[in-house]
Every structure is written in structure tokens, then in C-alpha cells.
Design a protein around this ligand. Sequence first.
Ligand SMILES: Cc1cc2nc3c(=O)[nH]c(=O)nc-3n(C[C@H](O)[C@H](O)[C@H](O)COP(=O)(O)OP(=O)(O)OC[C@H]3O[C@@H](n4cnc5c(N)ncnc54)[C@H](O)[C@@H]3O)c2cc1C
Length: 532
Amino acid sequence: MAQTSTTSLNADRRARELAALADGEVVDLLVVGLGVTGAGVALDAASRGLSVAAVDAHDIAFGTSRWSSKLVHGGLRYLAGGDVAIAYECARERGILMERTAPHLARPLPVLLPLGPYVSSGLARRHRVGIAAGDALRAAAGTASATLPRARRLTVEQTLRYASGLRRDGLRGGHLHWDGQLEDDARLVVTIARTAAGLGAKILTRCRVTALAGDGGQIRDELGGTELTIRARSVVNAAGVWAGQLVDGVTLRPSRGSHIVLRRERLSGLDAELTLPVGGLTRFVFAVPQATGLVYVGITDEPVDGPIDDVPQAPESDIAYLLDALGSAMAEPVRRDDVVGAYAGLRPLLDDGQGHTADVSRRHAVLTSRDGVVTVVGGKLTTYRKMAEDGVDAALRRHGLAAGPSRTRRLPLVGAPVGPTSGGRTGGVRTGGARTGGVRTDRAAEERLVRRYGTEAAAVAALSERDPSLLQPITPSVDITGAECVWAIEHEGALDADDVLDRRTRIGLVASDRAAALPGVEAIITGAGAGG
Ligand SMILES: Cc1cc2nc3c(=O)[nH]c(=O)nc-3n(C[C@H](O)[C@H](O)[C@H](O)COP(=O)(O)OP(=O)(O)OC[C@H]3O[C@@H](n4cnc5c(N)ncnc54)[C@H](O)[C@@H]3O)c2cc1C
């Protein structure tokens, strides 16, 4: 029998909570969508003492939230565009995430702009001013320089220490600044949802909203096939690019952003995010090394018309564009057969109804329909907390509900050490030398668990007391262990192999790894009975 806590999500809890709602329980707030926005809204409301049901048609982090660049932006791009207010909001939220609410999931990332022939001296000068302004913004936002060190100019030799595979001809040195990097975007969303669950929120996946009004929604249970009504005193629509399908007057025209996935060996010697300007100081192609041994290279920006796919695909034209841009800076070209995976996500662009679009991927919008549904759309992963606060404030105002102010600024997410931290290491988490929860593990494996689970690392490792083989990787080409798959099912709400492979772990980003891991994950699901 698995040990569960109030933050544990699993099939049994889902069934119980769905039954209570079907029996007529009325909640203060119904939230549609369990991306970062909806999970954030659920947490904000639950932490103010409201009763919450948050539903997703598929799974936690099924939509855009798992297809991001996995960065916690300080808003440098917006600063370059002259939008100081948005840049400040990003810098402040980045600091809250890295130092207080999720230091275990976000860490400092060196960002390198090599000064090669593709960077004019004018552009280099403006970039230098920009990163200095970014430093000032960090300080103004109250983030310590121990968390994000100051920007500096690098010599050619220092530049090559961060990226030894760069073309050397014409290289004049580099600029280095620091930003935040997430362990993984879907992991952040699951962690926010579990934190909300710990405060009593009902987190219900495979529940599709088929009709929505200011006092609740019609839900189809995609597992059981039954229909039910969830009655609520207020409603927030956080369905991302699908938000317009639920509320009249909200029209979105998405834009696709693609990434390719490379093995780190292919860009060996890359120890920083490599950024290459492709459009002044507001458009870059970048390569971000991951602790998993992969590198994500992004990003494109292409309008998408017509039906919105559940899972958008990166077309060959996007892949070729990214390979070209990266290849222009590297000594050895990167080839199509070096690409082991590709993914695409959709940015929400709000259509103003007169053929124009407004880019709410940088500034979030809170819109209230005539019957009182509050739609929160746009923004960034980085600013999810503020978006959630604004959305809940609007819902409370519209429906005359009483609750205190938002508390999330100081609320650690599940796994975060309690109390402020700086330095972005593992948030001061310790699992006790070479032993983790009484189970002997090697140091690298232990550090990896702490990086992904924070203070819960010991509990994940302790699952191997049931079966020592659970501490082995689920397949030799990845480092995810069987214990992590069991944890995903018993505590993180994974209901099937897709949830485990594509969202709780990101094994699915490399198709060959996914195929190799599938039998092991399926065996664990059968063995675990997918219950709690
Ligand atoms: C390519 C790309 C890269 C990005 N990189 C970054 C980055 O590095 N850092 C950063 O801060 N931001 C980044 N962003 C922005 C960020 O990813 C998004 O702003 C954010 O993830 C949007 O989250 P969301 O919750 O609003 O939408 P989503 O994550 O799309 O969530 C919406 C959810 O609603 C559910 N849903 C839809 N219809 C229904 C229905 N009828 N019933 C029930 N549920 C429903 C869906 O299943 C989905 O899970 C990036 C965006 C893109 C496109």
C-alpha cells in the first residue's frame, strides 16, 4: 500500500473527488485548464481559503506549458523593446521563483552571446548596455547577485571555455549574463498543482469542459465517459490557445514556436546557453544545454491558421531554419541526422476582431465575459504567479466573493526548502551524504533526484525498499529510474504510460528513448495498479 500525503495525486483521489462533485458539491471556483496558468490559479485560490476544482481535458501540462524553452526569463527581450514594466514584472517573478517558491526547480544559467562576425560592433554595444540594464533590473527586483551573478565581457579564450565548438575565425570574445533555467516546465506545473492539492484543491485530469458559464461547467469524464455538472460560485477559463472555444468574444490566433533536440555530445563543450541574434536584439536562436544530456535549440515564430491541434508538430522548414542558424556559428555544421527530437508549442495571440492581433504572449490578459467567466490568457511561465493572482482577484470582484489577498509570493511549492535561499544550487536541500532515505545511492544519482524532487528526493529513493531494481534507469539510454515512474503514478497524478513518459518525465522528447522505455513503464503501471 503506497503512503500518500495531502499533496499526492493519483487515480483513487481523482475518483473520490469527481464523485463528490457529481453528488452536487458546489465549489467557490472552477478552473478550466491545468497548464501553468490554471494550476497557478488553483493554487492562488486554494491558498486564500477558497474551495477549488481545476479540470483538464487531458493531463496536467498537456498544452503549451510543456513545449516552452524551460527558461525563467528576466525580461531582457522586453527591455530591448522598451517595455520596462513587463521586464520588471518578469525579473521580480523570476526572483520569487528562484529564491523563494521553487529554488529546487530553477537554477542559474549562464547565457553567452559570442561576438562573432554575425554580431556587428553596433549590435554588440547595444547588447552590452542591455545586459547591464538587466543587472540593474535584477537588483531592483531584489534578486541577489549570489543567485544570478553580474554580466561581464569575456575574452576569446574565456568564450571558448563556455562553448569550445564555436567557429574561431572572426571571434572577438563574448558577453556573458545570467538568467533562470527550469529543471523542466511540466515538472513545475505538476508541482504547482500538487501544492494546490495540498491546500484542498481538487485536481482532475481527463475531464473535458463541454460548456461553460459564470456559475459552472458541463464536464465529460474522458475515462468513464459520464457527463456531470460542476457548480461553482466563480469560474476562470485558463484553457490557453483553446480558451476561445469556451467563451464567446475571446478569439485567439496562435503562433507556433518550434525547438529541436540534440544530444549534448553533438555540441560538446557547451556549458552555457548559446544565443545568436537573428533579428536585432529581440529575436535570437538559442541552444540551451540540459542536465539530462540533451540540448534544446529554439525558436521559431510562425502564425498558424485553422483548427488548433492538440499536439502541434515542428515542420521540416522550422527544423531547417534552426539548424542553419546554429550551424552559422559552429566550427562543425549540425546536420539533420543529429536531430533526435523536435517539438512545437503555440503562443496565444489575441485577435481584436478587426483582423489585428495583439501579442499577449508577453503581456497577459484578463477578460471577463458578460455572464462572469474570467479568462486569463497569454503571459509566460515565468509570470504565472502574477497572472493567477490577477485572475483570482477579477473572479472575486465579479462575483462579490470575500477572500484575503494573494499569498503565493511567499508560499513554497512542494519540495522547496522552507525559507528564502539564494545561489540557485539545490535550495540548500540535503539528503544525507551518500545515503538517501536509508537507501544507498551513488552521488550523481542522488544529486539528480534532489534536482528534480527537492526535499522529496529521499521519499522517491525510498521506493526502492519495495524492490531495489527500482533505482535502476528504466532503460539504459536515460537516467530516469523505475522509482520515479512509481512516484509519478502514486503521487503526481500520472494515469497512464503517456503521462509518465511525456509529462512527468520527458523521456518522450526523444522518440527512440520513448520506445525503449515504454515496456518498462507499462510493467510498472501494471504492477502498481495505478492507485494510491
Ligand atoms: C515555443 C514557446 C516557448 C516558450 N518558452 C517560454 C520560456 O522559456 N519561459 C517562459 O516563461 N515562457 C515561455 N513560453 C510561454 C509559456 O509557455 C506559456 O505562456 C504558458 O505555458 C501558457 O500556459 P497556459 O496554462 O496558459 O496554457 P496551456 O499550457 O496550453 O494550458 C491550457 C490547458 O487547457 C486545457 N484545455 C483546453 N481546452 C479544455 C477544455 N475544453 N476542458 C478542459 N481543459 C481544456 C489543455 O489540455 C491545456 O492543458 C513559451 C511559449 C511557447 C509557445
